[in-house]
Design a protein around this ligand. Structure first.
Ligand code: ZN
Ligand code: ZN
Length: 427
């Protein structure tokens, strides 16, 4: 096979949108000033992309997995593993991972609403008084460290703090299942629940999980961080409540799946974690904050540099998703104009024969403030690409492009084909 070409996949996080009345019925992408993206659309071939399937709102994790050629319905069992990856924990296939809250519970019977069906073996039940422990912002690192490394029935429990009251828990041991019910009652004033295993392999997981939660109450209640919070009259972070169990999947390394290596130049921990998990080179761009103030040109420079080393680079700009969640059209327009400057810098820096693909991982319409299953515009740009009649980059314009409607599972095949990295199927 001839030498493999280079490709860069630029993802505007949450890029897609719906018509906005105050923008005269345009989407933020259609209303934004995007000379560089428009040039790419004009010179390229356009289409609409469903990252997972039409009408399915992807998370950033399942969206990226789908675009990278991993079928989310096969590999994704819950947010836990990706939450843990996102905060920089080392996750291994077979780990059972949870998202957690540091919460406040009481064991004073007077505060129990009724004889509670609570965590077994604790005498009086524990009732949640504040699921977020007063949105605790300091001391969670120390609290996590006090629980990290606990071994229960041969299972190692790994804990790491995230932002505010959030944390992640990994259970690592032989033959653990992830089909367990939550310990977290998801509501203040309710008793802490006893987790149940819903299949043979998950019964041990539930046992370990219940014992871990009991121990967390014991260890955290006695922790100096909480002694100080008592003094200050703040709610104690005296328990760790796991939820959202997921089994860390066995994923084929990216280079085995596609035949070439990848670098990720991305801002959010979640996508970095996915990159590390599939064996990509993960690059930190200086000045990339993941916020509205991020240095998009620094991202472009880091991506162009990474493309010198690797055949394929994924670059994600987080900001458009934030504007969408904020339900703020003018903010999302500014974020999209950042994406445009990033694209312009890429056009300037990457070799002319490189393939540039621009799309998003899901839509985050400002009218909704959350992810939806609307398809995204996608454009392919490079010397091998057939130019179509589309003149601007936008949701509606892309719909009349030559690529038609694509599924996320087609994307890497299309990219690899343009790169000359696809072997013939048949004689
Ligand atoms: Zn996203
Ligand atoms: Zn989002």
């Amino acid at each position: 096979m001839a030498k493999i070409g280079k490709a860069i996949l630029l993802i505007g996080d949450g890029l897609g949108d719906r018509p906005v009345a105050e923008l005269g019925g345009k989407t933020p992408l259609e209303a934004a000033e995007t000379p560089n993206l428009d040039r790419i659309a004009l010179e390229g071939e356009n289409g609409l992309l469903d990252p997972i399937a039409p009408g399915i709102p992807p998370g950033s994790d399942t969206g990226h997995l789908a675009l990278l050629g991993y079928h989310p319905y096969e590999v994704y069992t819950g947010r836990g593993p990706f939450e843990a990856l996102g905060i920089g924990m080392e996750v291994r296939p077979g780990d059972v991972c949870f998202r957690c809250n540091f919460s406040t519970v009481t064991d004073e019977p007077a505060r129990l609403p009724e004889p509670a069906c609570s965590l077994a073996g604790q005498g009086p039940g524990l009732v949640v008084t504040d699921r977020r422990a007063g949105r605790i912002s300091e001391g969670t690192k120390e609290l996590a460290q006090a629980l990290n490394g606990v071994v229960i029935e041969g299972v190692t429990c790994l804990v790491k703090e995230s932002v505010e009251h959030r944390a992640a828990l990994i259970l690592r041991g032989e033959g653990l299942g992830h089909n367990v019910t939550d310990v977290d009652p998801h509501e203040d004033g309710k008793p802490v629940l006893e987790s149940r295993g819903l299949d043979e392999r998950s019964r041990k997981t539930a046992q370990v999980l219940n014992e871990f939660v009991r121990r967390s109450f014991k260890v955290l209640s006695a922790h100096p961080v909480n002694a100080k919070r008592r003094e200050l009259g703040e709610p104690e972070a005296n328990i760790l409540l796991p939820r959202g169990a997921g089994l860390a999947p066995h994923l084929k390394p990216f280079s085995d799946l596609h035949g070439f290596a990848a670098a990720f130049v991305v801002e959010v921990g979640l996508v970095k974690g996915i990159g590390r998990y599939i064996g990509a080179e993960v690059v930190d761009a200086p000045g990339a904050t993941g916020g509205h103030d991020t240095d998009e040109l620094a991202l472009a420079r880091a991506a162009a540099k990474a493309l010198e080393r690797q055949a394929f680079v994924l670059c994600n700009l987080k900001a458009p998703d934030l504007g969408g969640h904020d339900r703020n059209p003018s903010l999302k327009i500014r974020d999209i104009e950042k994406l445009d400057r990033l694209a312009g810098e890429l056009l300037r820096l990457v070799p002319e024969d490189a393939l540039i693909v621009v799309t998003g991982d899901h839509s985050t319409p400002v009218s909704v403030g959350d992810h939806t299953g609307d398809p995204l515009p996608i454009v392919f740009h490079g010397p091998a690409v057939r130019r179509d009649g589309v003149k601007a980059f936008g949701e509606r314009a892309a719909g009349s492009g030559g690529m038609g409607r694509l599924s996320g599972s087609d994307l890497m095949n299309l990219i690899a084909n343009f790169m000359g990295a696809k072997g013939k199927f048949g004689a």
